[in-house]
Design a protein around this ligand. Sequence first.
Ligand code: DOR
Length: 440
Amino acid sequence: MSSLLIQNARIARADGSLFEGDLLCRDGRIARMDAAISATADETLDAGGQLLLPGVIDPQVHFREPGGEEREDLASGSLAAVAGGVTSFLEMPNTRPATTTQAALDDKLHRAKDRSLANYGFFIGATPHNLDEINHAAPACGIKVFMGSSTGDLLVSDPEDLERIFANGSRLIAVHAEDEARINARQAQFAGRTDYAAHSEIRDAECARLATALALELSIAHRRRLHVLHLSTKEEVELLRQDKPAWVTAEVIPNHLLLNTADYAELGSLVQMNPPIREAEDNDALWQALHDGVLDFIATDHAPHRLEDKQKPYPGSPSGMPGVQTSLPLIFTAHQQGRCTLAELQRWMCSGPADGYGIPNKGHIAEGRDADLVLVDAENYREVRNRDMRSRVGWSPFAGRKLTGWPLYTIVGGRVVYDHGDIRPGVFGQALAFEPGDNA
Ligand code: DOR
């Protein structure tokens, strides 16, 4: 097939230590690492002493295909991914039509083949009526349950329906945990508020706590593999800190680590999302929970909405922010500022998602592993600019921030796909495999 020799790199090991030398990829795998490799290869890169990391796995993105291609499709979303060092993604089912059947899942897999620049996996979406499909549709990384409504019309909020889903089957259930009844009640109570900051008051911390508590209770009652998506509050952290069985994982997104309600003043609806951004003390609690292992990994919830739609007055403005291109530079910059180690960054962004979803052979750099890699510029700072964003919607809530850790080369399956801003034609990702979950 193909071979790629990367010379003169600082190669990150899983423990955060660095190995200075060369790395040879052959037929999609890391074939060899050595102080100096002199093999001939189809392509040889001089890494110039820059830092080689495992490719990032983003375990929660919304790429809008089918049905919303004017906002994003699998080609544009995966382009933004590789431009941000993301070599694999897991995509959500709230497309049009929603991914709630084997046929809809097959359609997405078919669309991604030879179009997605990164490796891809898809969730199957739960409704109150598709129990058989959610347990058998394959390959799926897990079942997505919207316990509270968000973009699209997927919703399972009746506790009896939720109980049935948790009680039947064994594969991973990933929940968007917000309590629908409380959201509805508070929407009525706050009707008339047109400021974007109302969003965080309506969908308050208690909405999130109630739903996460119910999901946890059902998971414990049925010993069912649970993943809590984009956990956002200190109250939910406390719940998990008290009781987090081995079969439960949880994630956080950079928006909830790095933005808070003070940002509405300048950014308005650009920072409107579900679950909403919270308070500065929640930011701190989420960082602490990552360090403690209460939170397992980082996703982006990349949710592309057009600026013209975002400009609508509240509550007509849509919820969600693009993020797949900026997560690695944001967290790498936090690492350079001393907020986390290189071992933590790799665990949260690479090996954690691979372990959580049972994605074999990915997540760290070692001989025999898949050659999904990113060479980053660990020194220079560059400002986030809307015009550099590869998502079709072309903006970032972090525009103006100066970040480091931007990809120089992104390598998928042992082949360079992203090269200093250019895309190499003809390099595509593969469908991801998922090992059956172990509930115990
Ligand atoms: O803010 C959000 N936007 N949260 C979600 O759960 C969905 C997402 C979207 O698809 O727009």
